[in-house]
Design a protein around this ligand. Structure first.
Ligand code: NDP
Length: 296
């Protein structure tokens, strides 16, 4: 059995950030201002704080403005909506991202619906969901778009391939399936009610696992030579003597890499793509909002 080739998401993301930096510099020269991303964080969730810090750092490193808005956890929903409206109206802001999850007294759908769809660089607004489903230009959620970039880089055309997406969330599974359909794959969406998941996965030339269950997808579920994209990020309980458990995906890498043709590792696969695609979406938004053409 040959070992799968490893899909280097970390390297691909670094290349994408370089391309974004060049496009952002070109935008600044043409528009006379930098592209700008506003990130709103409500509360003190430690994981969200790390994400937001990384987003801000990488936005600035790519030559764009980062506007950070930190609100206390007890902020009334009306105040958050007012801030989003203010950002909608601010010509220096091209992209708006409200870090999820929000505190429980806020309605996430209502907050997302308040973002101007043309500044919704996360692609969560129902208008962008509809644009994706109908093939119109819009913004596509960053993680699945990053997965498709990795797949096309590895395989070239995806046309006619059998793809199985495990997971049907609004932020990963569903947009992933739409993107694969747009690439002319034959798409199956599996979820917690799917019968005989191993048999469904065994049909696939492309497997995308977005479940949130550590090492669930085993090597003997994978068709030999298939391409496996592991979106899952799960932390195992710490082994003896460790303070922190190991990070693993939804795929059992040790067995799947013996069967697959290519596979993303965790960490270093899909994870680094998410912020890189967010920056790409922001620079695209800047061009569209300023009416400056861009070959995407
Ligand atoms: P959700 O919890 O929203 O969705 C999980 C999906 O998996 C659901 O559709 C659920 O089915 C399905 N599922 C649960 N158990 C099973 C099972 N036993 N068999 C088949 N399907 C099952 O998760 P997300 O989509 O938000 O995230 C998925 C994973 O991706 C997580 O590990 C998350 O950490 C990671 N992630 C990584 C990102 C990155 O790399 N940057 C970004 C976003 C997420 P049902 O709908 O029936 O309940």
């Amino acid at each position: 059995m040959t070992e799968a080739s490893i899909i280097d998401g970390k390297g691909f993301a670094a290349g994408l950030r370089e391309r974004v930096s060049r496009v952002a510099a070109d935008f600044e020269a043409k528009a006379g201002r930098k592209a700008g991303l506003a990130v709103v964080l409500v509360g003190e969730d430690p994981a969200s704080q790390v994400y937001v810090r990384n987003k801000n750092k990488q936005t600035v490193a790519c030559g764009m403005n980062s506007f950070e808005h930190k609100l206390p956890v007890e902020t009334p929903e009306a105040d958050l909506l007012a801030l989003v409206e203010k950002l909608n109206a601010d010509p220096a802001v091209d992209g708006i991202l409200v870090q999820l999850p929000l505190p429980s007294h806020m309605n996430e759908q209502k907050v997302i619906a308040t973002i101007n769809p043309d500044k919704d660089v996360d692609g969560f607004h129902v208008v962008n969901v509809g644009r994706l489903a109908t093939g119109l230009p819009g913004f596509v959620p960053c993680t699945p778009l990053g997965c498709v970039m990795l797949l096309k880089d590895k395989l070239g055309s995806l046309s006619g391939l059998d793809a199985v997406v495990i997971g049907r969330s609004n932020i990963v599974g569903k947009p992933m399936a739409q993107l694969l359909l747009a690439e002319s794959c034959t798409v199956t969406i599996a979820h917690s009610r799917t019968r005989d998941l191993p048999a469904v996965v065994r049909r696939a030339d492309i497997v995308v696992a977005a479940v949130g269950r550590a090492e669930m997808v085993k090597g003997d579920w994978i068709k030999p030579g298939a391409t496996v994209i592991d979106v899952g990020i799960n932390r195992l309980p710490p082994a003896e003597g460790e303070t922190k458990g190991k990070l693993v995906g939804d795929v059992d890498f040790a067995s799947a890499s013996q069967v697959a043709g290519a596979i993303t590792p965790v960490p270093g696969g899909v994870g680094p793509m998410t912020i890189a695609v967010l920056l790409r979406n922001t620079v695209v938004a800047a061009h569209r909002n300023a009416g400056i053409g861009l070959d995407e």
